[in-house]
Write a protein that binds this ligand. Structure first.
Ligand code: FMN
Length: 366
């Protein structure tokens, strides 16, 4: 089975093609430090047989705090704790990549201790109900540097690589998207200028970690919002990233304010037809790129995962919710199970009501 054949992303030697997609856990402490609960979760995932774990989004700059109890890496004093996490995962035969993130306008003011969320442009965010403040030139450069410094810390802490969160309406996506980037300067005005922020973030990361270290990105193939990123522009962004030397691209889509059925985390995946809802996009990415492509979104069954790989519509299969419910799903798939138990109800997404992210269906069963 191709799904259980090894795969390499530079120095990362994966034992299979299954990736745990970035999943915020609400398990850090109030100040963003690692906790035993978080380490246990990642050890459980590693022991469950997944080929590569991507952490939940980790904060590179305090102005981008998108949720409470989010893991942080915006200061050197987080390195020691993060080392414990990477050591524990490596001792359990796992590989772990950190997702570097800034929430931009998708941050409620309460998570910013009352400060106004920042964004490329002042475009109202209707879900968080915030009117963000346009970033100044100085602030933009400071955030770019914070991505680079965070990558340096991640490498020092023993992570196997980094993934830039460039999807789902977070800050990098906000700069790429004509819907949220209305600037007319070095950072916006046309496709090339909208790419500058990501290009500078990428260069800053490379300056800090070198070219041998795996640097990946999660990208929106389409924003699913009027005036937002389309597949055509996303493919050009991906091509530019490939030329710069990116090591893998995870294909996703949608932002928080997209319609429910077009968001990154869609509900009720109860038939084969509804599975792998970004597959048509990853297929287009595969046609024009050589860089490894991960596909995420509604991949529920082993047979669908196998089919995606066999048809070369992606190189890697990325899962979030199925692994919240069954962290040992890869081992179960290897033994012949087909359909994951997750029913895609999004109970795990009700962060504010939950003490930490978990499968609420399992609780109902108790
Ligand atoms: C509880 C929860 C937290 C998530 N946190 C993140 C995150 O921190 N970063 C990210 O890129 N995506 C995040 N996502 C989105 C997932 O990575 C994934 O793109 C999406 O859930 C679709 O995959 P799935 O159908 O396998 O769940 C999260 C999803 C869930 C359910």
């Amino acid at each position: 089975m191709k799904l259980f054949s090894p795969f390499e992303i530079k120095s990362i030697k994966m034992k299979n093609r299954i990736v745990r997609s970035a999943t915020y856990e609400k398990m850090a402490d109030e100040d963003g430090f690692i906790t035993d609960r978080l380490i246990n979760l990642y050890v459980t995932l590693a022991k469950g047989g997944v080929g590569l774990i991507i952490t939940g989004n980790v904060l590179v700059h305090t102005s981008g705090r998108s949720a409470p109890k989010i893991l942080c890496i915006h200061n050197d004093f987080y390195i020691e704790g993060l080392k414990k996490l990477t050591q524990a995962v490596h001792e359990s035969d796992g590989k772990i990549v950190i997702q570097l993130s800034h929430g931009g306008r998708q941050c409620a003011s309460i998570f910013l201790y009352g400060a106004k969320p920042v964004a490329p442009s002042a475009v109202y965010e209707p879900v968080y109900k915030v009117m963000p403040r346009e970033l100044t030139q100085e602030e933009i450069w400071e955030i770019i540097e914070s991505f680079g410094k965070a990558a340096r810390r991640a490498k020092e802490a023993g992570f196997d690589g980094v993934q830039i969160h460039g999807a789902h309406g977070y800050l990098v996506n906000q700069f790429l998207s004509p819907y949220t980037n209305r600037r007319n300067d070095y950072w916006g005005g046309d496709e090339e200028r909208r790419f500058h922020f990501l290009e500078e973030v990428y260069n800053s990361i490379r300056d800090n970690v070198g070219y041998d270290y795996p640097v990946m990105i999660k990208l929106n193939a389409c924003d699913f919002i009027k005036g937002g990123l389309t597949l055509e522009e996303s493919l050009k962004i991906a091509k530019r990233l490939e030329n710069l030397g990116i090591d893998a691209i995870e294909v996703s889509g949608g932002i928080v304010e997209s319609k429910a059925e077009e968001r990154p985390v869609r509900v009720k995946i109860d038939s084969k037809e509804k599975e792998a809802y970004f597959r048509a996009f990853s297929k287009e990415f595969k046609k024009v790129l050589k860089v490894p492509i991960m596909l995420v979104g509604g991949i529920r069954s082993r047979t669908t995962a196998e089919d995606i790989l066999e048809k070369n519509d992606a190189d890697l299969i990325s899962l979030s919710r199925p692994l919240i419910r069954e962290p040992d799903l890869p081992k179960k798939w290897l033994k012949g199970k087909d359909v994951a138990d997750c029913i895609y109800c999004n109970g795990c997404m009700r962060f504010m009501k939950l003490e930490y992210v978990r499968c609420t269906q399992l609780e109902k069963k108790k």
